[in-house]
Design a protein around this ligand. Structure first.
Ligand SMILES: Cc1ncc(COP(=O)(O)O)c(C=O)c1O
Length: 410
């Protein structure tokens, strides 16, 4: 219908669909939601106002909406084993804001991983609400190993007695020591919050350890490794239900997007299927092959390994190629990537040394180890031959051919 009603927009959506089909997306955070998830997301549920929670809404006509939201809550509980789940957060940053508001007062101290070492804006950056409203004590990585320095976390916590400690990241490729985070939080009576936005799918798929039993509160976006619609959820111990529910609504949000909550329910069901475990395992296997192959091509990878789905490639430190030159060359061969600081980067945040790449999106197309080897070789050839248009054109043909063999939506 859109084709006739709004041909300009229809054409643009079609072009974007073609771009997604013909490029290999290595941008960390992006994934493909299934057609079932997309169908629920654009359903008539978006016509309904349903402020507050199942069984206690401000508007009438909630018989089915309540059941849908409850279904999403029950499925999330089944996946993560949380006592309380709030499925209303519209996105990751509002979910984190709700947690800060539920547990803290402005000016309280919070310990979080520094953004330039792999943390997220909402873990305490001065340009974000978190850094504006709270006193942030950033912790860092060991300069030798590029691993989180847990002794430093312990020392900073003991010295500063923060009200909350955040464990989580946007650009870190190694496991987190949930048990040690818990011990440190207990020692100083701090709330332990995990932001598992990046690794939630790997936890749901049983590849990484679930932090829910160790933490007071856990947030996650639903659109990264989980392949769900854009949004987020908050999980916590039962005793925090009232505080979190009130912080989400009415403090941070109004009307929950029930169409997206329904899409979350569909995707939670997908994550409960045995096939999702295979997917999660493949994501990590692919990342390990991609990282080792890139190192074989003489690229420096932060911490020399990945335990999860992503890696930071130091393109400047490896070949004196800036991220901008690398991104442009990779774009010309239809590999999408994004710039990122590497730990202790000597360059600036907007002009860093690194590129962050991940495997979940290519793995959703069921690309496997063999394809990762080809991607590593194309990545390397493109960066090293960034000014050779003929070479780049032939690499692009290889990418196109590979995408043709792995369609997104069959
Ligand atoms: C760890 C982490 N937390 C929170 C967010 C924020 O999510 P959103 O972009 O949905 O607000 C992100 C997004 O990239 C993230 O990586």
């Amino acid at each position: 219908m859109l084709k006739t009603a709004d041909p300009i927009l229809f054409d643009l959506i079609g072009k974007e669909e073609h771009r997604q089909e013909t490029e290999i997306e290595l941008i960390a955070s992006e994934n493909y939601a299934s057609l079932d998830v997309l169908e629920a997301a654009w359903s008539i549920l978006s016509n309904k106002y349903s402020e507050w929670y199942p069984g206690k809404r401000y508007y009438a006509g909630q018989e089915f909406i309540d059941q849908i939201e409850q279904l999403a809550i029950d499925r999330a509980k089944e996946i993560f084993g949380a006592e309380y789940v709030n499925v209303q957060p519209l996105s990751g940053s509002p979910a984190n804001l709700a947690v800060y508001l539920a547990f803290l007062k402005p000016g309280d101290k919070v310990l979080g991983l520094s953004l330039d070492q792999g943390g997220h804006l909402s873990h305490g950056h001065p340009l974000n609400f978190s850094g504006l409203l709270y006193e942030i004590i950033p912790y860092t990585l060991d300069p030798e190993t590029s691993l989180i320095d847990m002794d430093e976390v312990d020392r900073l916590a003991t010295e500063n007695k923060p009200k909350m400690i955040i464990a989580g990241f946007s650009a870190y490729s190694r496991d987190l020591d949930w048990k040690r985070f818990r011990q440190i939080a207990d020692k100083v009576w701090a709330i332990l919050m995990a932001d598992i936005s990046h690794i939630a799918g790997l936890i749901a798929g049983g590849v990484l350890e679930n932090p829910v039993p160790y933490c007071d509160v856990v947030t996650t976006t639903t659109h990264k490794t989980l392949r769900w619609p854009r949004g987020a959820i908050i999980m916590s111990k039962a005793e925090y239900e009232k505080d979190i529910a009130r912080a989400v609504f009415p403090w941070v949000q109004g009307w929950p997007h029930e169409n997206l909550i329904a899409a979350k329910a569909v995707a939670f069901k997908e994550a409960l299927q045995p096939e999702f475990k295979i997917y999660a395992r493949q994501v990590v296997d692919n990342a390990r092959v991609l990282a080792s192959e890139l190192m074989n091509h003489w690229f420096k990878i932060s911490s020399n390994w990945t335990d999860n789905h992503l890696m930071l490639v130091d393109v400047f430190g490896s070949f004196w190629v800036t991220w901008k030159e690398a991104e442009k060359a990779l774009e010309m061969v239809w590999l999408s990537t994004n710039k990122n600081m590497i730990p202790y980067d000597t360059r600036k945040a907007l002009d860093p040394s690194g590129i962050r790449i991940w495997t979940p999106r290519a793995t959703t197309r069921w690309m496997k180890e063999a394809e990762m080897k080809v991607i590593a070789r194309i990545f390397s050839d493109a960066v090293r031959n960034k000014d050779d248009e003929v070479k780049l054109a032939s690499l692009k043909q290889e990418v196109l051919e590979m995408c043709g063999r792995f369609p997104i939506y069959k």
